[in-house]
Design a protein around this ligand. Structure first.
Ligand code: KIV
Length: 297
């Protein structure tokens, strides 16, 4: 990303006083030189009219690869429920499982801001429950922020979390944890419902959310939301006006088969690459070609 002159004079982050961490120069947007992506970099990206990228990651190698590729935000999504654990929905995944995936992603990444989902059942009862769950994600999973599904109703929870020092990414629009309430995978915020979505985003950001993610929302509604709030937005099936874009990595890289959602673009065919490698390995084992002398002690 280019560095806008307007932000070039911003103060540099001071060296961490506790013996770790780097002190990158802070500029507009997310500078490629930033040793660590911070929430203020995403804020600066919106202010400077720049974009950032976010991908899900659930293990150390994908986290490392995406981090080295310059992806600014890694999401330990509760979509690990479907995409890693093989569940039909995101509902069954537990906080303990999310912590394991979070720990792997933070172990594999150095620069990206790592955000973990508060899974279904880990925050709805009270702000205190949300704080307890988020503290576990940060202390045990070592993530830098949490993502929470839900609208204005959860503003008090967002306020409690941010006051406890926990950065919150709000998730509105289609919220997969409410799939059964919403009657399936449906675009949210059409027509008259657009204003309700704007109201949700305003309430959540006034409560302290540092970013608002919108899933499966008409582009016009997402643009209204983006214009109504000063914090950055991220879209998945929400058009091209949001500050950031996120995709599930197995969709983005073509590991998953089947019908893709309209918003998915596949940038590789990982399933074919892996299947070809496994087929060749199997054939070489059966024919005795592998292991050869060079693989033998
Ligand atoms: O869990 C997830 O992967 C998500 C994305 C769909 C944004 O929440």
């Amino acid at each position: 990303m280019s560095t806008p002159e307007s932000a070039a004079s911003e103060p540099a982050e001071v060296a961490a006083p506790y013996g770790t961490g780097a002190a990158p120069a802070r500029t507009g947007g997310v500078p490629a030189t930033a040793a660590k992506v911070r929430t203020h970099h995403l804020q600066a990206a919106k202010a400077a009219g720049q974009k950032f990228a976010m991908l899900t990651a659930y293990d150390q190698y994908t986290a490392q690869i995406f981090d080295e590729a310059g992806i600014e935000v890694l999401l330990v999504g509760d979509s690990a429920s479907n995409n890693v654990l093989g569940n039909e929905t995101s509902l069954p995944i537990t906080l303990d499982e999310m912590i394991i995936f979070s720990r792997a992603v933070t172990a594999g990444s150095k620069r990206a801001l790592v955000v973990a989902d508060l899974p279904f059942g880990s925050y709805e009862q009270s702000p205190a429950q949300a704080i307890a769950s988020s503290v576990r994600l940060m202390k045990e999973g070592l993530v830098h922020a949490v993502k929470m599904e839900g609208g204005a109703y959860y503003a008090p929870t967002v306020r409690a979390l941010t006051q406890a020092g926990i950065p919150v990414m709000a998730h509105i629009g289609f919220t997969p944890q409410s799939e059964h309430m919403l009657g399936g995978y449906r675009v949210q915020g059409r027509g008259e419902m657009a204003q309700a979505m704007v109201d949700d985003a305003v309430a959540l950001t006034e409560a302290g959310a540092f970013c608002v993610l919108m899933e499966m929302v008409p582009a016009e509604t997402a643009a209204l939301v983006d214009a109504a709030i000063s914090v950055p937005t991220v879209g998945i099936g929400a058009g091209n006006t949001t500050t950031g874009q996120v995709l599930v990595w197995q969709d983005m890289a073509g590991l998953r088969t089947g019908k893709m959602a309209k918003f998915v673009k596949q940038y590789a065919q990982m399933r074919t690459i892996l299947a070809d490698a496994a087929t060749e390995f199997g054939a070489e084992v059966r024919s005795g070609v592998f292991p050869g002398p060079e693989h033998t002690f």
